[in-house]
Structures are given as structure tokens and as C-alpha cells.
Design a protein around this ligand. Structure first.
Ligand SMILES: *Cc1c(COP(=O)(O)O)cnc(C)c1O
Length: 400
């Protein structure tokens, strides 16, 4: 019996692409802990490394070689990152990146985009995506007016909006932060020229460009969205995959900016458990496993097969949908409109999505319980799992 309707599912175990709830129901999982589990649940290499590391002590509050090793793996894959700092969550990473960008520029204004989610940082929880959008509280109470007034929110994928703001207040803007592939209002890829345009505008106005790749890092390509689209941001935030399923975040980028952080500079940032060896070990094991030849090609192939199958199933059922995918991040919007930003994402019929979600759950497929989230494919999703998912989708769509 599948239980749903306000009660979250309590999970008992996960293995590969499968999860089991406390009632013993098993599902093919496309949430993958909201993105980190690109290798699937309980990957043997990751678990082995966690075990052996934990048995030697779980925290020292001092550097370990594992931290250096993970930093090297990240720098190798993401060349814009000259220096990197580990923290405990994506939220901390974006919060800290903004602080150093403000200190570096001596400016206060932060520009973010509607529907982008950067964790629950006060100044960024304004017209935010993800759970905040789902629950209809994109701008959270409890955020002082002063914070909100230093954040300017613009529509995603509109260069004109950024150009206009830069003309008026370009010299007040410390940083522009964005998800280079938006994944927290459903999946919304950048339109051609958008990221290049932002790069040029930030050069012209002395603004720090921050790519929040907490979700897209090591997901849409080994080098993240910046690797995929060939753009070099000043700062990058990471999380999710680089922790291999343990709590982690990181921020890094240009050495001249990162050198503003104490002890070299005066910008304070610390964390009792930052660079925690067990989390670092899970990250190292994950990034090393991701180096396997043709792994991203195979992931791309299974993601494409899934996306094509889902699109076919929707078309055959006559339900109006718009499909997006970048690598192993994908989304079905229940709208006939092309989705390029939060306004168009919002035209989705969320009741329809909810019914579809329940239909899939009943057929053994666990999707995010919200229209405004991504579905993640892992390397553990095999051909049979993809086929079973498409079949379930076909039935669920027809039942709408
Ligand atoms: C998940 C996410 C965050 C927040 O990370 P947490 O570890 O949940 O704090 C920030 N930015 C993006 C793009 C994310 O997807």
C-alpha cells in the first residue's frame, strides 16, 4: 500500500537506483537525495571509503589529506576554481561566496534570478525556487527588510533585464549569482547566449559572476555547466555530488578573490565540521568513480532514452506537456507553453503534476513530489529501469 497525501514517505534503505520505504514498498528513485547520488544509493566504493575513514576518527577540526585530495579533484575538473574552501552545505557555500564577493568589490547589491534557489540564505530566499516555490512562500517571512533591499531579483534568461539594471546601478552590484542550468523551478536550461552575455556584462561593470553549481556541478558534465557551455565564472559554489551523499558544500574560484578570506584576508568564514574527513572521503570516492571512461556518455544515453520515452508517453496520452533535459537532469512541465523562466514555469498545472506523481508512485516510481524540481538519473539506472519507468509513465499519463 502506497501512503501519500501530506505524509512524507519514510525510507528504510536504498541500493543502486532503488529505494524501499518503511512499509516495504520499493521504488525506482529519481530524486536521488535531490541530486547528490549520481552513482546511486550505497555505491560499494563510496561505502567502503566511508567505513575505512570513519574507523580512523570522524573529525579533527584540522586539515586532512582527504580534504586536499578532494580539492585537487575539483580543481582538475573545474579549471575556473583556483582555490577552494569546503563548508557543510550548499547554503553555506552561497552565503560565503556572496560575502567574499561583497568584500572584494566593496559593493552591497546582489542580483539573483526568479525561480533560482541558492539554499536558505536570508538574502537569497527572495522569489526562490525549490520547496519555497512549491509551498507558495518564495519569499520567506523572517527576512529583515534591510536584507531584502540589498537583493535585486530579475527574470531568468533575460539579458535585457540585466543590461537595464547595469546601466542604472552597475557600479553598485557586488555579484550576480545564478544556477547556470536552473534546476529548482523544474529544469530550465539557459537560452543560447545568456551565460556569455552575463559574463560580458559582469566584465564591463566589475561585477563578480557566481555560478551556483551545487546541483549542476559534476552533474551536467564533469566540469559542470561551465564546462558544458564554456564559460568561466569568477566564483563557483558546489555541494551535493561532491559530498557523495554526506553533508558538504564548497566555494572557490579566482585566487585574488579567495585570498580575501581569513587568514590571508579579512573576510571571516569558519566551520567546526568543515572539510570533515568522512564527507571528504565520500566525495573523493564519488569523484574518482566518475572518472571512469565513458561514464558520462552512458549516463547521457540512458537520460536521453528516458526523456524521449517520457515525451512519447505524454504525446500518446494527449496530455499537454513541455519537456526539458540537460544531461541527467530532466523535467516534465504540465503546460503547453515553452518554459524559459519562472513566469512560464508557473503556467504548469500543479494539480495535474500531483496526480501524475501519485500515479507514478503507485506504479513503483519515486519522482519529486513537486512540479518545480528536477528528476535525476544515476549511473545505477539500467535499461530495464528506464523501460519500466516509461511504461509506468505511459499508464500514469493515460490515467490523468
Ligand atoms: C541544493 C541547492 C543549494 C542548497 O544546498 P544545501 O546543501 O541544501 O544547503 C544551493 N544551490 C543550489 C543550486 C541547489 O540545488
Amino acid at each position: 500500500m502506497v501512503r501519500w497525501g501530506g505524509t512524507p514517505i519514510f525510507f528504510k534503505s536504498g541500493s543502486g537506483c532503488h529505494v524501499t520505504d518503511i512499509d516495504g514498498n520499493s521504488y525506482i528513485d529519481y530524486v536521488c537525495s535531490w541530486g547528490p547520488l549520481i552513482l546511486g544509493h550505497a555505491h560499494p566504493d563510496v561505502i567502503k571509503k566511508i567505513r575505512s575513514t570513519a574507523s580512523k576518527g570522524t573529525s579533527f577540526g584540522a586539515p586532512t589529506v582527504l580534504e586536499t585530495k578532494l580539492a585537487k579533484l575539483i580543481k582538475e575538473a573545474v579549471p575556473s576554481i583556483e582555490k577552494v574552501r569546503f563548508v557543510n552545505s550548499g547554503t553555506e557555500a552561497t552565503m560565503s561566496a556572496i560575502r567574499v564577493a561583497r568584500a572584494f568589490t566593496g559593493r552591497e547589491l546582489v542580483v539573483k534570478f526568479e525561480g533560482c534557489y541558492h539554499g536558505h540564505v536570508d538574502g537569497l530566499l527572495i522569489k526562490a525556487g525549490s520547496g519555497a516555490a512549491t509551498l507558495g512562500i518564495p519569499t520567506s517571512p523572517g527576512i529583515p527588510q534591510g536584507y531584502a533591499s540589498t537583493t535585486v531579483v530579475l527574470p531568468y534568461n533575460s539579458l535585457q533585464a540585466v543590461e537595464a539594471l547595469c546601466k542604472e546601478r552597475g557600479r553598485e552590484i557586488a555579484c550576480i549569482i545564478l544556477e547556470p542550468v536552473a534546476g529548482n523551478m523544474g529544469v530550465v536550461p539557459p537560452v543560447p547566449g545568456y551565460l556569455e552575455g552575463l559574463w560580458k556584462l559582469t566584465r564591463a561593470n566589475g561585477i563578480v559572476l557566481i555560478f551556483d553549481e551545487v546541483m549542476s556541478g559534476f552533474r551536467v558534465s564533469p566540469g559542470g555547466a561551465q564546462g558544458l557551455y564554456g564559460i568561466r565564472p569568477d566564483l563557483t559554489t558546489l555541494g551535493k555530488i561532491i559530498g557523495g551523499g554526506l553533508p558538504v558544500g564548497a566555494y572557490g574560484g579566482r585566487a585574488d578573490i579567495m585570498d580575501k578570506i581569513a587568514p590571508l584576508g579579512a573576510v571571516y568564514q569558519a566551520g567546526t565540521l568543515s572539510g570533515n574527513p568522512v564527507a571528504m572521503a565520500a566525495g573523493v570516492a564519488t569523484l574518482e568513480a566518475l572518472k571512469e571512461a565513458s561514464l558520462y556518455e552512458r549516463l547521457e544515453e540512458s537520460s536521453r532514452n528516458l526523456a524521449e520515452g517520457l515525451e512519447r508517453a505524454a504525446r500518446d496520452s494527449g496530455v499537454k506537456t513541455f519537456h526539458t533535459r540537460v544531461g541527467s537532469m530532466l523535467c516534465i512541465f504540465f503546460t503547453e507553453n515553452r518554459v524559459t523562466d519562472w513566469d512560464s514555469a508557473k503556467t504548469s498545472d500543479t494539480q495535474h503534476y500531483a496526480a501524475y506523481f501519485r500515479g507514478m508512485l503507485e506504479r513503483g516510481v519515486y519522482l519529486a513530489p513537486s512540479q518545480f524540481e528536477a528528476a535525476f538519473v544515476s549511473t545505477a539506472h539500467g535499461g530495464e529501469d528506464i523501460e519500466a519507468t516509461i511504461k509506468a509513465s505511459s499508464e500514469a499519463m493515460k490515467g490523468l
